[in-house]
Structures are given as structure tokens and as C-alpha cells.
Write a protein that binds this ligand. Structure first.
Ligand code: SOE
Length: 380
């Protein structure tokens, strides 16, 4: 695994746990964790259960005992590491968004297509597809449970930047992160909307805004934030992204991504309305999915809260008895389960780098639209 920040902790947990709960065709071995700072990488290895640590990813991907490279670094380094790993014959899991630019994502997708021809696969980490309630929503929509989808809204709301004295971290630097709320969490909203509906966005109209343009420098990172210093640094990304998107079946979706939504910690929400019913989900209540059945008796109709913990629900057979809830980290374990299962079967795991490229093009179209006064832009 290359990278040892917050996302590295989440992925480590998944690599450690997935093979102990799911019957995987191959058992993951957590060989090396790589970090720029050798001491911090060594601490991460000891804490998270990696056999070794290293400060040199190039040396690690050249090793014969490495089969798969998991990339959890900021976006600017994804292309270089992923392409090198694929060319070295290693399977790749890469955090979202796939890259910082469409050009980088195109090169990555091309490398992934070449590698797949010889049975080496790449996957992008849109982990929320693997939240059981989200997977159930997709199944219900595909089965026609809410009829023809007519509209949807998807928002991803967090508030870890609402404090204007929260320090400047890499997620606020365009050079390192590519974009702000748009790429960091808007990318999840786009992927999830496309995943649950089975449709693709084709055009968008959007507006980006930066609410706090200068922040104190970071002294020491902790989680998403850290301790702040005296000096100031200029924020070079958006804090909030608002956009509408047209899907390939004509449906119009409403999207919002913000890290300034006071009181909302990790609220990835969707509501999909169809001709026969509707579905509603909130990641802050991730063990449930709300279903409205428009064909039911009007006198007793209403959104029903489905508790998504039954063994028959997606991914739930491996976990606890019904009613014993899952959390944020389980999506990552499900991701490992699906990735390892696909690789062992010689199949392309999803979402592929081509899927990641399509999301990257959508992000780019939102930026182009915002620059052009919210003019509609094709995703191409
Ligand atoms: C920060 O906004 C962040 O950690 C994202 O980078 C992740 O992708 C998301 O899962 C949680 O929030």
C-alpha cells in the first residue's frame, strides 16, 4: 500500500479483515506499507499490521512478492504510481478521484486496458457502492421496484472546513488534490448516482465557489485536519460545488458537494423518485434505506425504513446477526472482497479505470461549466 494517511488506515483495516469474514479465493498478505517519511511509515506498519515499511514505492513495486499495489496517496501521484505498477505486472486499487486531470486519467485507463489484456487488473476506490444499503438501492431500482426513474438528487455534505481557522491541508491545494469538494466528495456523488441508476451522466451545468480563501498553515496533520500555525496559505480549490446533470436517459439530477455544511459530518445522501415509488438514503444512517411504495394503500402509505442488516442483503451474509449494525469501514472490506474475487476469477473488477475516467470527465465538465458562467457542458 502506497500512502499512510487517514485513507491508509481505512484500507489497512479492510485488508486485515476481509479475508477473515468472507471466504476469499485468495488470502491477502499485507506485505509493505510505503510512506514518504520512513519513521511514519514504520509506525503505520506496526499499528496497522503490515509486515514491513518502506519510503520508496519504486523499489517496492519492483519486488516479486508483491502482486497488488493499493494507492492511497493524494491525487497528483496516482497516475505515476498506478501506471508504473501496472507496467510491472501488479494489480492496482487506486483511491478516488482517479487522477487530478482528464489527461492523467486517460493515460491510467489506457495502461489499465493494456494490463487487463494480460490478466492484470485495476480498480478505482468508489467504496460507497459497497455500502449494503446503496447496493440494495441499485438492486431495487434494477428490479423496477420504484418504476421509471424520473428525478434524483445526490448530495455529499461535510463540515470539517466550516471553521475558517481549520488549517490548510493537501485537500485544499489544487496541485495536490486537483479540485476541492468537487473531486474529493462530489466524485463519490457522481459515481453513486450512476451506480444506483445504472445510467451515465452526459452533460452538466455547475457552479463552484471558495468560501474561505486563506487558511493557517498546517503544523501537524491529524485525520482530515490538524493543528494550525500562524502563517496563512492560499486555498486553491473549491469549497462547494453545485451542479445539475443530464443522464443518458434524459433524467435530470441535482448534485451538491460541500465541506461547509455545518452539522453534517459525512452525509452522502440520495433520493430517487420513480413512477411507482422512491428511495432515500443517508450515509449518516447507513444501515437503513427508505422505500416509498406509491402503489400501496394511500391511507397507510409512507416512507418505510428498511433496516439493511438481514443476511440476505448485499454483503451481509458474512457479518453479524440481523440488526447488528455495520459502519464506515465495512465498505472498504467489501471493496477488498470484490476486488480479490474478480482478480482470482480473471475478471475485470468494477469500477474500472475506464469508469474512473468517465467520472473524471464529469468533474472536468463541471469545472468548465463553472468557468463559463454555468453554461451546459458535454461530458467528453
Ligand atoms: C474527506 O472529505 C473524505 O475523507 C474523502 O476524501 C473520502 O473519499 C470520503 O470517503 C470521506 O471524506
Amino acid at each position: 500500500m502506497v500512502g499512510n494517511g487517514f485513507m491508509g488506515a481505512a484500507h489497512s483495516q479492510a485488508w486485515r479483515v476481509a479475508g477473515r469474514f468472507f471466504d476469499l479465493p485468495r488470502q491477502p498478505e499485507m506485505t509493505v506499507v510505503v510512506g514518504r517519511d520512513a519513521d511514519r511509515a514504520a509506525d503505520a506498519a506496526a499499528k496497522w499490521g503490515w509486515e514491513e515499511s518502506s519510503a520508496d514505492w519504486r523499489e517496492v513495486i519492483a519486488r516479486d512478492d508483491i502482486d497488488l499495489v493499493d494507492i492511497v496517496t493524494p491525487g497528483f501521484s496516482h497516475a505515476e504510481i498506478a501506471i508504473a505498477a501496472l507496467e510491472a505486472g501488479k494489480h492496482v486499487l487506486c483511491e478516488k478521484p482517479l487522477a487530478n486531470t482528464v489527461a492523467e486519467a486517460e493515460r491510467m485507463a489506457e495502461a489499465a486496458r493494456r494490463a487487463a489484456a494480460s490478466g492484470v487488473y485495476a480498480m478505482v476506490g468508489f467504496t460507497y457502492r459497497r455500502v449494503p444499503a446503496a447496493a440494495l438501492a441499485r438492486d431495487l431500482i434494477a428490479a423496477g421496484r420504484i418504476g421509471t426513474v424520473r428525478q434524483l438528487s445526490v448530495s455529499y455534505l461535510q463540515d470539517w472546513l466550516a471553521d475558517e481557522n481549520a488549517p490548510f491541508t493537501w485537500r485544499l491545494d489544487k496541485e495536490q488534490a486537483g479540485s476541492g469538494a468537487l473531486g474529493d466528495i462530489g466524485a463519490h456523488a457522481i459515481d453513486l448516482a450512476q451506480f444506483i441508476t445504472g445510467r451515465s451522466l452526459v452533460s452538466v451545468s455547475g457552479t463552484l465557489e471558495t468560501l474561505v480563501s486563506e487558511r493557517p498553515v498546517l503544523v501537524e496533520a491529524q485525520g482530515l485536519s490538524g493543528t494550525a500555525g500562524e502563517e496563512k496559505q492560499t486555498v486553491t480549490v473549491d469549497d462547494r460545488a453545485l451542479f445539475t446533470g443530464r443522464f443518458d436517459d434524459g433524467v435530470l439530477g441535482a448534485f451538491e458537494a460541500s465541506r461547509f455544511s455545518t452539522g453534517r459530518k459525512n452525509a452522502l445522501r440520495f433520493e430517487v423518485s420513480g413512477s411507482l415509488g422512491a428511495l432515500s438514503f443517508d450515509l449518516e444512517d447507513l444501515n437503513s434505506l427508505q422505500l416509498f411504495d406509491a402503489t400501496a394503500d394511500p391511507l397507510t402509505q409512507g416512507f418505510t425504513k428498511i433496516i439493511v442488516t438481514e443476511p440476505g442483503h448485499p454483503y451481509l451474509d458474512a457479518w453479524w446477526p440481523a440488526g447488528h449494525a455495520l459502519g464506515y469501514e465495512h465498505g472498504f472490506s467489501h471493496q477488498v472482497r470484490d476486488l480479490v474475487t474478480a482478480i482470482a476469477a480473471g475478471e475485470q473488477p468494477t469500477p474500472s479505470f475506464d469508469d474512473g475516467l468517465q467520472v473524471q470527465r464529469a468533474l472536468d465538465a463541471v469545472e468548465r461549466s463553472s468557468d463559463a458562467g454555468s453554461a451546459w457542458k458535454e461530458i467528453s
